[in-house]
Write a protein that binds this ligand. Structure first.
Ligand SMILES: Cc1cc2nc3c(=O)[nH]c(=O)nc-3n(C[C@H](O)[C@H](O)[C@H](O)COP(=O)(O)OP(=O)(O)OC[C@H]3O[C@@H](n4cnc5c(N)ncnc54)[C@H](O)[C@@H]3O)c2cc1C
Length: 396
């Protein structure tokens, strides 16, 4: 197995780098690199720039507007974006609901929704989790009762990422409660402007409004918004979760953050010398860098082995990738010590040009640390990923 890039891959990487150098707006890049908060407009602006280039949906088939890249090219694109510091292309439309619509939607649904996802005309959010139904998702209780040519939806979703901006939500709903729990679930597309929907913020540890509760009170949804067959939603939900990509390891972003950590640790002084030269701290950084290199090799191995989806190996990438992301933020806080304490929301939200503490690099790092506690929970908690590894990879 040759894990080195071919000359074609390297030429492709140059092309990507040239595109990013010419098209990534400096203000967006600064926000991302400095760990500041992004607005809806920031995400949409970057999405539209990449969509204009035809690269916004790397894994889509060409017939729907994908660029026709192979797995290595998709990996290079993700890596280069992360290293450059682009805003994320949010996964809910492009990587989550779109593959389900392509595989199980009807011709009208494909013709209507896919171009709108590509152009970011619709901002999507994911309505899977409910209070009491996260890891045990199949126990979900939100009901959809068929009345004529509509469903009447009642219940609650939770942890809905960026749902406050969303035009559409894809939901798992219970359409039959008399059968085995997996067999009574359907997959519905719901317009967030429908009367009866209430979105309430959940404020995270870093005081950011990133997730929400979404309540459904007699919400009328046309039957035309059902994907595939009634009560087959669990199959579609599993298909969606199986579409996790190798990008879940976030190696590119961690590489960028490692450089940032080194920059911070060079500026911090311990007994008059840069902290990065302190043997104990330097060893922790070196250890992390080795772990990151090992993870990158695992990602490349996965890409070489399978051209499509990594299957249960994605669980390994998720666990290790999220652990490394969290250790990075822990070392940033360790490097700063008491300097991490001030919490400057105005600077984080771009309302003031500089941090009150006087150090723009350091000011957002405590919020960043708190925010990244989420990585071992979302996308299926790490304990659940470890269950998958033991059962599906180790065969225990
Ligand atoms: C920041 C963030 C964003 C999110 N965004 C979305 C979103 O947009 N849409 C959406 O639908 N959901 C979203 N989620 C929800 C996420 O998928 C769930 O939080 C996750 O699946 C865990 O479910 P839970 O929170 O209900 O915890 P629980 O399932 O109650 O688990 C609690 C603890 O028990 C452990 N545990 C549970 N079962 C087992 C088991 N069988 N074996 C071992 N350990 C177990 C878990 O690992 C966890 O530590 C988001 C979550 C977060 C934190």
């Amino acid at each position: 197995m040759d894990l080195n890039y071919s000359s074609e891959d390297l030429a492709f990487r140059d092309q990507v780098r040239a595109f990013l150098a010419a098209n990534l707006p400096a203000d967006l890049q600064q926000k991302v690199r400095k760990h500041l908060r992004l607005s809806r407009e920031d995400y949409v602006r970057w999405h539209k720039i990449v969509a204009k280039q035809g690269w916004v949906a790397p894994a889509w088939p060409v017939e729907y507007g994908g660029p026709g890249w192979n797995a290595t090219q998709r990996h290079i694109w993700e890596e280069e974006c992360a290293i450059a510091g682009t805003p994320a292309i949010l996964p809910f439309g492009i990587n989550m609901v779109a593959p389900v619509i392509m595989a199980f939607g009807n011709a009208e649904q494909k013709a209507y929704y896919l171009p709108r996802i590509l152009s970011c005309e619709d901002w999507w959010c994911q309505g899977y989790s409910e209070p009491g139904s996260g890891s045990d998702l199949a126990s979900l209780k939100t009901t959809a009762e068929r009345v004529g040519d509509h469903y009447i939806v009642n219940g609650q979703k939770t942890w809905t990422t960026l749902g406050q901006h969303a035009d559409m939500i894809f939901c798992l709903v219970r359409t039959d409660s008399t059968v085995r729990k997996q067999e009574g679930i359907s997959f519905l597309l719901i317009d967030m402007k429908t009367p009866g929907i209430t979105v309430r913020p959940i404020i995270m540890l870093d005081e950011d409004h990133e997730v929400n509760e979404v309540f459904f009170d007699n919400v009328k949804v046309p039957v035309a918004n059902l994907i595939g067959k009634e009560n087959k939603g669990w199959t579609y939900a599993k298909y969606l979760l199986g579409h996790e990509r190798t990008g879940i390891a976030a190696v590119g972003r961690s590489k960028r953050e490692l450089q940032f950590l080194k920059k911070v640790a060079l500026k911090q002084l311990k007994r008059g010398k840069p902290l990065l030269d302190d043997p104990l701290f330097a060893a922790k950084v070196a250890n992390l860098e080795i772990e990151l290199m090992a993870l990158e090799t695992t990602v490349l191995r996965t890409i070489c082995q399978e051209d499509q989806t990594p299957g249960p190996q994605a669980s390994m990438l998720k666990v290790r990738g999220s652990e490394i992301q969290q250790i990075l933020t822990e070392l940033m806080i360790e490097a700063l010590g008491p300097d991490a304490l001030p919490f400057d929301t105005r600077y984080l939200e771009g309302k003031s040009e500089h941090a009150v503490t006087g150090d723009d690099d350091n000011a957002p790092l405590a919020a960043y640390y708190f925010n990244f506690r989420k990585t071992s929970i979302y996308g299926g908690s790490n304990e659940i990923q470890k269950n998958i590894i033991t059962q599906m990879i180790l065969g225990l």
